[in-house]
Design a protein around this ligand. Structure first.
Ligand code: ZN
Length: 389
Protein backbone atom coordinates (compact mmCIF):
# COMPACT_ATOMS: atom_id res chain seq x y z
CA UNK A 1 0.00 0.00 0.00
CA UNK A 2 2.84 2.32 0.96
CA UNK A 3 4.55 1.62 -2.38
CA UNK A 4 1.36 2.38 -4.37
CA UNK A 5 0.99 5.63 -2.47
CA UNK A 6 4.60 6.58 -3.26
CA UNK A 7 4.13 5.88 -6.99
CA UNK A 8 0.91 7.85 -7.03
CA UNK A 9 2.54 10.76 -5.26
CA UNK A 10 5.47 10.66 -7.72
CA UNK A 11 3.07 10.66 -10.66
CA UNK A 12 1.21 13.69 -9.30
CA UNK A 13 4.49 15.58 -8.93
CA UNK A 14 5.48 14.73 -12.53
CA UNK A 15 2.08 15.86 -13.86
CA UNK A 16 2.23 19.10 -11.85
CA UNK A 17 5.78 19.80 -13.01
CA UNK A 18 4.72 19.24 -16.61
CA UNK A 19 1.72 21.52 -16.11
CA UNK A 20 3.78 24.35 -14.56
CA UNK A 21 6.72 24.06 -16.95
CA UNK A 22 5.18 23.35 -20.32
CA UNK A 23 1.44 24.03 -20.37
CA UNK A 24 1.63 27.87 -20.37
CA UNK A 25 3.87 27.85 -23.46
CA UNK A 26 1.74 25.21 -25.21
CA UNK A 27 -1.39 27.29 -24.55
CA UNK A 28 0.32 30.51 -25.73
CA UNK A 29 1.37 28.77 -28.98
CA UNK A 30 -2.04 27.23 -29.52
CA UNK A 31 -4.03 30.45 -29.00
CA UNK A 32 -1.79 32.97 -30.73
CA UNK A 33 -1.35 31.76 -34.29
CA UNK A 34 -0.09 33.75 -37.24
CA UNK A 35 -1.61 32.98 -40.68
CA UNK A 36 1.62 33.72 -42.56
CA UNK A 37 4.90 33.16 -40.76
CA UNK A 38 7.92 35.43 -41.29
CA UNK A 39 10.06 36.26 -43.16
CA UNK A 40 7.71 38.32 -45.33
CA UNK A 41 8.21 39.18 -48.97
CA UNK A 42 7.48 42.85 -49.40
CA UNK A 43 7.37 44.96 -52.52
CA UNK A 44 10.50 47.18 -52.70
CA UNK A 45 8.65 50.52 -52.86
CA UNK A 46 6.60 49.60 -49.79
CA UNK A 47 9.67 48.44 -47.86
CA UNK A 48 11.55 51.67 -48.64
CA UNK A 49 8.58 53.72 -47.45
CA UNK A 50 8.19 51.55 -44.33
CA UNK A 51 11.90 51.90 -43.49
CA UNK A 52 11.56 55.67 -43.74
CA UNK A 53 8.75 55.83 -41.14
CA UNK A 54 10.00 57.55 -38.00
CA UNK A 55 7.25 56.29 -35.71
CA UNK A 56 5.48 52.96 -36.23
CA UNK A 57 2.89 52.29 -33.53
CA UNK A 58 0.10 49.90 -32.65
CA UNK A 59 -2.72 50.46 -30.17
CA UNK A 60 -3.49 46.92 -28.98
CA UNK A 61 -1.61 43.77 -27.98
CA UNK A 62 -2.37 41.17 -25.31
CA UNK A 63 1.13 39.68 -25.00
CA UNK A 64 1.30 40.26 -21.23
CA UNK A 65 -1.42 37.70 -20.66
CA UNK A 66 0.81 34.79 -21.64
CA UNK A 67 3.82 35.21 -19.39
CA UNK A 68 6.01 35.09 -22.46
CA UNK A 69 9.58 36.28 -22.11
CA UNK A 70 9.29 39.44 -24.17
CA UNK A 71 13.05 39.95 -24.07
CA UNK A 72 13.61 36.75 -26.06
CA UNK A 73 12.90 36.33 -29.74
CA UNK A 74 10.12 33.74 -29.88
CA UNK A 75 9.16 31.62 -32.86
CA UNK A 76 5.48 31.85 -31.96
CA UNK A 77 2.97 34.59 -31.24
CA UNK A 78 3.32 38.08 -32.71
CA UNK A 79 5.18 40.37 -30.36
CA UNK A 80 8.38 40.46 -28.37
CA UNK A 81 11.01 43.15 -27.99
CA UNK A 82 13.56 41.67 -30.46
CA UNK A 83 10.86 41.42 -33.15
CA UNK A 84 9.63 44.95 -32.35
CA UNK A 85 13.21 46.20 -32.87
CA UNK A 86 13.49 44.21 -36.09
CA UNK A 87 10.22 45.79 -37.26
CA UNK A 88 11.38 49.37 -36.54
CA UNK A 89 8.46 49.55 -34.15
CA UNK A 90 8.44 52.68 -32.00
CA UNK A 91 5.52 51.99 -29.70
CA UNK A 92 3.20 49.14 -28.81
CA UNK A 93 0.19 49.39 -26.51
CA UNK A 94 0.26 46.47 -24.06
CA UNK A 95 -3.38 46.03 -23.13
CA UNK A 96 -4.09 43.89 -20.11
CA UNK A 97 -6.83 41.25 -20.07
CA UNK A 98 -8.01 40.19 -16.61
CA UNK A 99 -11.01 37.96 -17.23
CA UNK A 100 -12.36 35.94 -20.15
CA UNK A 101 -15.52 33.82 -19.96
CA UNK A 102 -15.42 30.17 -20.96
CA UNK A 103 -16.66 29.51 -24.52
CA UNK A 104 -16.11 33.16 -25.34
CA UNK A 105 -17.98 34.26 -28.48
CA UNK A 106 -18.99 37.50 -30.23
CA UNK A 107 -22.73 37.10 -29.61
CA UNK A 108 -23.52 36.45 -25.98
CA UNK A 109 -21.39 36.00 -22.85
CA UNK A 110 -21.81 36.42 -19.13
CA UNK A 111 -19.14 37.06 -16.50
CA UNK A 112 -20.03 33.93 -14.53
CA UNK A 113 -17.04 31.88 -15.65
CA UNK A 114 -13.40 32.76 -16.16
CA UNK A 115 -10.79 30.88 -18.11
CA UNK A 116 -7.86 33.00 -16.98
CA UNK A 117 -7.72 31.83 -13.36
CA UNK A 118 -6.21 28.43 -14.18
CA UNK A 119 -3.52 29.76 -16.55
CA UNK A 120 -2.53 32.32 -13.89
CA UNK A 121 -2.05 29.53 -11.39
CA UNK A 122 -0.11 27.39 -13.88
CA UNK A 123 2.03 30.35 -14.87
CA UNK A 124 2.88 30.65 -11.14
CA UNK A 125 1.90 34.33 -11.06
CA UNK A 126 1.69 35.91 -7.59
CA UNK A 127 -1.04 34.26 -5.48
CA UNK A 128 -2.78 37.62 -4.92
CA UNK A 129 -3.51 37.73 -8.66
CA UNK A 130 -5.21 34.33 -8.83
CA UNK A 131 -8.62 35.49 -7.63
CA UNK A 132 -8.50 39.30 -7.67
CA UNK A 133 -8.80 41.12 -10.98
CA UNK A 134 -7.12 44.35 -9.84
CA UNK A 135 -4.14 42.32 -8.63
CA UNK A 136 -4.23 40.41 -11.90
CA UNK A 137 -3.86 43.70 -13.76
CA UNK A 138 -1.14 44.99 -11.42
CA UNK A 139 0.87 41.79 -11.94
CA UNK A 140 0.86 42.40 -15.67
CA UNK A 141 1.89 46.04 -15.18
CA UNK A 142 4.82 44.84 -13.06
CA UNK A 143 5.77 42.37 -15.76
CA UNK A 144 6.11 45.11 -18.39
CA UNK A 145 8.24 47.26 -16.06
CA UNK A 146 10.27 44.13 -15.32
CA UNK A 147 11.10 43.80 -19.03
CA UNK A 148 12.09 47.47 -19.13
CA UNK A 149 14.45 46.94 -16.21
CA UNK A 150 16.13 43.89 -17.74
CA UNK A 151 16.32 45.27 -21.28
CA UNK A 152 19.60 47.22 -20.93
CA UNK A 153 17.86 50.36 -22.11
CA UNK A 154 16.39 48.77 -25.24
CA UNK A 155 12.79 48.92 -24.02
CA UNK A 156 10.92 51.74 -22.27
CA UNK A 157 7.50 52.00 -20.71
CA UNK A 158 5.97 55.34 -21.66
CA UNK A 159 3.60 56.94 -19.15
CA UNK A 160 3.72 60.68 -19.85
CA UNK A 161 3.96 63.16 -22.71
CA UNK A 162 7.30 64.27 -21.30
CA UNK A 163 8.62 60.69 -21.32
CA UNK A 164 7.38 60.25 -24.87
CA UNK A 165 9.10 63.46 -26.01
CA UNK A 166 12.37 62.29 -24.46
CA UNK A 167 12.02 58.88 -26.10
CA UNK A 168 11.32 60.43 -29.53
CA UNK A 169 14.37 62.63 -29.14
CA UNK A 170 16.60 59.70 -28.04
CA UNK A 171 15.34 57.56 -30.90
CA UNK A 172 16.59 60.08 -33.46
CA UNK A 173 20.14 58.96 -32.76
CA UNK A 174 19.44 55.40 -31.61
CA UNK A 175 17.02 53.23 -33.57
CA UNK A 176 17.87 50.27 -31.36
CA UNK A 177 15.26 51.19 -28.75
CA UNK A 178 11.57 50.50 -28.63
CA UNK A 179 8.73 51.22 -26.23
CA UNK A 180 5.34 50.28 -24.91
CA UNK A 181 2.53 51.78 -22.86
CA UNK A 182 -0.02 50.10 -20.63
CA UNK A 183 -3.73 49.73 -21.21
CA UNK A 184 -6.52 47.59 -19.78
CA UNK A 185 -9.26 45.75 -21.59
CA UNK A 186 -12.38 45.76 -19.40
CA UNK A 187 -12.72 47.73 -16.17
CA UNK A 188 -14.03 44.80 -14.19
CA UNK A 189 -10.33 45.11 -13.32
CA UNK A 190 -11.45 47.81 -10.87
CA UNK A 191 -13.33 45.15 -8.85
CA UNK A 192 -16.16 47.71 -8.59
CA UNK A 193 -13.99 50.22 -6.69
CA UNK A 194 -13.53 53.76 -7.96
CA UNK A 195 -10.31 54.18 -5.98
CA UNK A 196 -8.72 51.39 -7.99
CA UNK A 197 -8.52 53.87 -10.89
CA UNK A 198 -5.76 55.55 -8.84
CA UNK A 199 -4.13 52.23 -8.07
CA UNK A 200 -3.95 51.29 -11.75
CA UNK A 201 -2.84 54.78 -12.79
CA UNK A 202 -0.03 54.61 -10.24
CA UNK A 203 1.00 51.26 -11.72
CA UNK A 204 1.41 52.94 -15.13
CA UNK A 205 -1.92 52.23 -16.84
CA UNK A 206 -2.78 55.05 -19.27
CA UNK A 207 -5.66 53.67 -21.36
CA UNK A 208 -8.72 51.63 -20.32
CA UNK A 209 -11.86 50.28 -21.97
CA UNK A 210 -15.02 49.96 -19.86
CA UNK A 211 -15.94 46.43 -20.95
CA UNK A 212 -14.50 43.36 -22.64
CA UNK A 213 -16.58 40.30 -23.55
CA UNK A 214 -19.29 40.54 -20.87
CA UNK A 215 -21.38 43.22 -19.15
CA UNK A 216 -19.87 44.60 -15.94
CA UNK A 217 -20.39 47.33 -13.30
CA UNK A 218 -19.67 50.04 -15.88
CA UNK A 219 -22.09 48.92 -18.55
CA UNK A 220 -22.65 46.62 -21.52
CA UNK A 221 -20.39 44.77 -23.88
CA UNK A 222 -21.23 44.32 -27.56
CA UNK A 223 -20.88 40.60 -26.76
CA UNK A 224 -22.84 40.64 -23.49
CA UNK A 225 -26.48 40.10 -22.54
CA UNK A 226 -28.08 43.48 -21.74
CA UNK A 227 -26.92 45.62 -24.69
CA UNK A 228 -27.54 48.62 -22.45
CA UNK A 229 -25.50 51.77 -21.87
CA UNK A 230 -23.26 53.35 -19.24
CA UNK A 231 -24.17 52.91 -15.58
CA UNK A 232 -23.80 55.67 -12.98
CA UNK A 233 -20.63 53.94 -11.79
CA UNK A 234 -19.38 53.90 -15.38
CA UNK A 235 -19.93 57.65 -15.64
CA UNK A 236 -18.07 58.27 -12.37
CA UNK A 237 -15.12 56.15 -13.52
CA UNK A 238 -14.89 57.96 -16.85
CA UNK A 239 -14.95 61.34 -15.14
CA UNK A 240 -12.15 60.27 -12.83
CA UNK A 241 -10.11 58.73 -15.65
CA UNK A 242 -10.37 61.80 -17.83
CA UNK A 243 -9.47 64.10 -14.94
CA UNK A 244 -6.24 62.05 -14.69
CA UNK A 245 -5.65 62.13 -18.48
CA UNK A 246 -6.18 58.39 -18.86
CA UNK A 247 -7.34 57.51 -22.36
CA UNK A 248 -10.79 56.05 -22.79
CA UNK A 249 -11.08 53.13 -25.21
CA UNK A 250 -14.52 52.08 -26.51
CA UNK A 251 -13.45 48.77 -28.09
CA UNK A 252 -15.96 45.98 -27.31
CA UNK A 253 -18.57 48.46 -26.00
CA UNK A 254 -22.23 47.98 -26.94
CA UNK A 255 -23.47 50.58 -29.46
CA UNK A 256 -25.52 52.21 -26.67
CA UNK A 257 -22.37 52.49 -24.54
CA UNK A 258 -20.52 54.26 -27.36
CA UNK A 259 -23.46 56.68 -27.75
CA UNK A 260 -23.46 57.37 -23.99
CA UNK A 261 -19.70 57.85 -23.88
CA UNK A 262 -19.69 60.19 -26.87
CA UNK A 263 -22.38 62.22 -25.12
CA UNK A 264 -20.34 62.80 -21.94
CA UNK A 265 -16.68 62.62 -22.95
CA UNK A 266 -14.64 65.75 -22.36
CA UNK A 267 -11.51 64.35 -24.04
CA UNK A 268 -10.62 62.58 -27.31
CA UNK A 269 -11.44 58.85 -27.17
CA UNK A 270 -10.19 55.82 -29.09
CA UNK A 271 -11.26 52.42 -30.26
CA UNK A 272 -8.01 50.54 -29.73
CA UNK A 273 -8.76 47.51 -31.96
CA UNK A 274 -11.74 47.29 -34.24
CA UNK A 275 -12.99 46.52 -37.71
CA UNK A 276 -15.58 48.64 -39.49
CA UNK A 277 -19.11 47.62 -40.36
CA UNK A 278 -18.64 49.35 -43.73
CA UNK A 279 -16.26 46.61 -44.94
CA UNK A 280 -17.27 43.73 -42.65
CA UNK A 281 -20.67 43.83 -41.00
CA UNK A 282 -20.06 42.17 -37.64
CA UNK A 283 -21.28 42.86 -34.11
CA UNK A 284 -17.60 43.32 -33.22
CA UNK A 285 -17.19 46.25 -35.56
CA UNK A 286 -17.85 49.94 -35.46
CA UNK A 287 -20.57 51.83 -37.37
CA UNK A 288 -20.04 54.89 -39.57
CA UNK A 289 -21.88 56.97 -36.98
CA UNK A 290 -19.39 55.96 -34.28
CA UNK A 291 -16.36 56.39 -36.56
CA UNK A 292 -17.55 59.95 -37.17
CA UNK A 293 -18.27 60.43 -33.46
CA UNK A 294 -14.77 59.32 -32.40
CA UNK A 295 -13.12 61.43 -35.10
CA UNK A 296 -15.13 64.42 -33.92
CA UNK A 297 -13.53 64.10 -30.46
CA UNK A 298 -10.12 64.15 -32.28
CA UNK A 299 -9.70 60.52 -31.26
CA UNK A 300 -8.39 57.40 -33.02
CA UNK A 301 -10.02 54.47 -34.77
CA UNK A 302 -7.38 51.73 -34.68
CA UNK A 303 -7.93 48.94 -37.17
CA UNK A 304 -7.39 45.29 -36.20
CA UNK A 305 -5.67 42.55 -38.21
CA UNK A 306 -7.70 39.37 -37.98
CA UNK A 307 -10.57 37.72 -39.81
CA UNK A 308 -13.55 38.33 -37.45
CA UNK A 309 -12.72 42.06 -37.48
CA UNK A 310 -11.76 42.51 -41.12
CA UNK A 311 -13.45 39.66 -42.98
CA UNK A 312 -10.45 37.75 -44.38
CA UNK A 313 -7.05 36.46 -43.26
CA UNK A 314 -5.08 39.02 -45.26
CA UNK A 315 -3.41 42.41 -44.68
CA UNK A 316 -5.45 43.56 -47.72
CA UNK A 317 -8.65 43.40 -45.66
CA UNK A 318 -7.13 45.50 -42.86
CA UNK A 319 -5.91 48.01 -45.46
CA UNK A 320 -9.43 48.12 -46.92
CA UNK A 321 -10.92 49.00 -43.51
CA UNK A 322 -8.24 51.68 -43.01
CA UNK A 323 -9.03 53.19 -46.43
CA UNK A 324 -12.72 53.11 -45.57
CA UNK A 325 -12.11 55.21 -42.44
CA UNK A 326 -9.82 57.61 -44.31
CA UNK A 327 -12.52 58.15 -46.93
CA UNK A 328 -15.12 58.69 -44.21
CA UNK A 329 -13.34 61.02 -41.77
CA UNK A 330 -9.86 61.77 -43.13
CA UNK A 331 -6.50 60.21 -42.33
CA UNK A 332 -5.85 62.07 -39.06
CA UNK A 333 -8.02 59.75 -36.98
CA UNK A 334 -6.95 56.31 -38.23
CA UNK A 335 -4.32 54.02 -36.70
CA UNK A 336 -3.23 50.40 -36.32
CA UNK A 337 -4.79 48.28 -33.55
CA UNK A 338 -3.65 44.79 -34.45
CA UNK A 339 -4.82 42.76 -31.45
CA UNK A 340 -1.47 40.97 -31.56
CA UNK A 341 -1.43 37.95 -29.21
CA UNK A 342 -5.10 38.39 -28.39
CA UNK A 343 -5.96 34.66 -28.61
CA UNK A 344 -6.68 35.02 -32.30
CA UNK A 345 -5.23 33.97 -35.63
CA UNK A 346 -3.58 37.14 -36.92
CA UNK A 347 -2.54 37.98 -40.50
CA UNK A 348 1.20 38.45 -39.69
CA UNK A 349 3.45 38.97 -36.69
CA UNK A 350 4.87 42.41 -35.93
CA UNK A 351 7.63 42.02 -38.54
CA UNK A 352 4.92 41.79 -41.22
CA UNK A 353 3.84 45.44 -40.80
CA UNK A 354 5.50 46.51 -44.10
CA UNK A 355 2.88 44.35 -45.88
CA UNK A 356 0.20 46.78 -44.65
CA UNK A 357 2.08 49.64 -46.29
CA UNK A 358 2.18 47.60 -49.50
CA UNK A 359 -1.59 47.08 -49.40
CA UNK A 360 -2.31 50.74 -48.58
CA UNK A 361 -0.16 51.83 -51.55
CA UNK A 362 -2.13 49.43 -53.78
CA UNK A 363 -5.33 51.13 -52.64
CA UNK A 364 -3.93 54.52 -53.64
CA UNK A 365 -3.50 55.87 -50.10
CA UNK A 366 -0.98 58.73 -50.18
CA UNK A 367 2.44 58.40 -48.56
CA UNK A 368 1.61 61.18 -46.12
CA UNK A 369 -1.56 59.42 -45.06
CA UNK A 370 0.30 56.10 -44.70
CA UNK A 371 2.79 57.81 -42.36
CA UNK A 372 -0.08 59.02 -40.22
CA UNK A 373 -1.87 55.66 -40.08
CA UNK A 374 1.27 53.61 -39.42
CA UNK A 375 2.06 55.59 -36.28
CA UNK A 376 2.19 59.34 -36.88
CA UNK A 377 -1.32 59.77 -35.53
CA UNK A 378 -0.61 57.71 -32.40
CA UNK A 379 2.48 59.82 -31.72
CA UNK A 380 0.53 63.06 -32.07
CA UNK A 381 -2.43 61.74 -30.10
CA UNK A 382 -0.33 60.55 -27.15
CA UNK A 383 1.77 63.71 -27.04
CA UNK A 384 -1.47 65.65 -26.76
CA UNK A 385 -3.39 63.35 -24.45
CA UNK A 386 -1.02 61.55 -22.06
CA UNK A 387 -0.50 63.19 -18.66
CA UNK A 388 2.17 65.88 -19.05
CA UNK A 389 4.59 64.38 -16.51
ZN1 ZN B 1 -10.21 42.78 -27.54
Amino acid sequence: MKKVFKILFGLIIVVLLFAFLFVPKIVDKKFNTVSTRPPYKVDKEAQVLYDSLDFVADMHCDALLWKRDLLAKNDFGSVDIPRMLEANMALQAFTIVTKAPRNMNFDKNTGETDQITLPFILQMRPIASWFNLTERALTQCDALYGFEKKSDGQFRVISSAKGLEQYISDRKSNKNITAGFLGIEGMHALEGKLENVDELYNAGVRMMSPVHFFDNELGSSAHGVDHAGLTEFGKEVIKKMQAKSMILDVAHCSPQMVDDILAITTKPIVSSHTGVKGTHNSVRNISDKHIRGIAKTSGLISIAMFEPATGTKTPASTAKAIKYCIDLVGADYVALGSDFDGAIEIHTDVTGLPLYVEELLKLGVSRDDIRKVMGGNVKRFLLENLPKN
